[in-house]
Ligand binder design. Structure first.
Ligand code: ADP
Ligand code: MG
Length: 345
């Protein structure tokens, strides 16, 4: 491991010879959280890669520039944050090991790339220490339920092979752990990422209802691209740089298409939340109103929170809410919650 990794490793929380780590294995980013003097420290890599035809010269150039890469047969695989940078340099498309929150069954490099990125972010455990990693997994959705066990097992194997004790944690529950200490981990945690939105209603840290919907940032990008004849990648860049969810703007086709699909995701999320909560036999008896907290990259654009609250106010959930808020650092919530879960386990 390199110098930076060593420094991070020394900062890892140590309780009785045990270190704890939180890992968010997301469709677009993998985030690691470690404790550092009462605070947590997060580091992220894009969960993406590019492949280039192997040549000695290309390999020497990448090595010389310290680019994170690996040779597979006659291809060079560049993974993580460097993938996006070099996709532009070499005019190739970035590829993703995951789709809709889980390993992409149509991508032969998927496991190898995730293994490389996780190895880079985590390193190996210190010799003689027990290191626990809690890693996030999505809640089942009706369409992709069958792949979840394979996804979870594959991620666990990667961590076990590195020498970690690995435990899966539901992503929505991780958000509850990160954000709802003040209500004794009772409330609704939501993570709106790229592949899916994950939701968990927790009572005193116990997940009571959890579900996911396979519509989030990627869905918005792909459909806005389809509607405007643009490519998804450009739409995503525009969305992340300057989009506000504040209605139509005359003549701005991309703004309008993003608005339509953003609104659809919020409606689907809240309709599905109401349906799941209304399945009365599963709803716990709650004496007090509970908080709801939003996280994930898709909640970041200006106007999202106001639109979410507007739709929420019309949707008559069968629980009373005490407050609705957005995580102060939406991209790190899941990893921090997984760290929290690991350190109390
Ligand atoms: N500043 C931003 N503004 C708007 N959208 C963003 C921003 N940053 C990230 N996103 C979007 O959030 C999604 C990624 O969120 P993240 O929580 O990291 O997802 P995942 O857990 O699926 O990896 C992507 O769709 C991305 O385009
Ligand atoms: Mg996520």
């Amino acid at each position: 491991m390199g110098k930076v990794g060593d420094e991070v490793m020394q900062k890892t929380e140590q309780v009785n010879g045990q270190h704890s780590i939180g890992l968010d294995i997301g469709t677009s980013r993998i985030v690691v959280a470690r404790s550092a003097e009462k605070e947590s420290h997060c580091e992220a890599q894009l969960n993406a890669f590019i492949t280039l035809p192997w040549s000695k010269l290309a390999e020497q150039l990448l090595t010389g520039q310290n680019v994170f890469h690996e040779v597979h047969g006659d291809e060079i695989v560049v993974a993580g944050n460097d993938a996006e940078k070099f996709a532009e340099v070499f005019h190739v498309e970035t590829r993703r090991p995951m789709v809709d929150g889980m390993l992409n069954p149509h991508e032969p490099h998927s496991l190898a790339v995730i293994r490389r990125i996780v190895t880079r972010l985590l390193g190996k455990p210190a010799i003689g220490e027990t290191e626990k990693v809690f890693f996030s997994v999505p809640a089942p959705d009706p369409v992709h339920e069958g792949n979840l066990a394979y996804h979870e097992r594959s991620c666990r194997e990667i961590l076990n092979e590195l020498g970690y004790q690995a435990t899966a944690i539901n992503e929505g529950l991780a958000v509850v752990f990160a954000e709802l200490e003040s209500s004794n981990y009772t409330g609704i945690g939501i993570s709106c990422g790229s592949g899916m939105c994950n939701v968990c209603l927790s009572v005193l840290s116990v997940p009571v209802i959890s579900f996911s919907i396979p519509k989030a940032g990627d869905y918005i990008d792909a459909h806005a691209a389809g509607a405007t004849g643009e490519v998804s990648h450009r739409i995503r860049v525009r969305k992340e740089r300057s989009f506000s969810l504040n209605g139509f703007s005359s003549g701005d086709l991309v703004q309008n298409a993003l608005t339509v699909y953003y609104e659809e995701v919020v409606h689907t999320l809240l309709d599905t939340l109401r349906e799941n909560l209304s399945a009365a036999r599963r709803l716990p008896r709650l004496e007090n109103p509970i908080p709801l907290v939003l996280s994930g990259g898709t909640v970041i654009p200006r106007g999202f929170f106001d639109f979410f609250k507007k739709v929420l106010s019309t949707c008559e959930l069968p629980v009373r809410l005490s407050e609705v808020r957005v995580s102060p650092e939406p991209l790190y919530s899941t990893a921090r919650g997984a760290l929290m879960a690991a350190s109390v386990s």
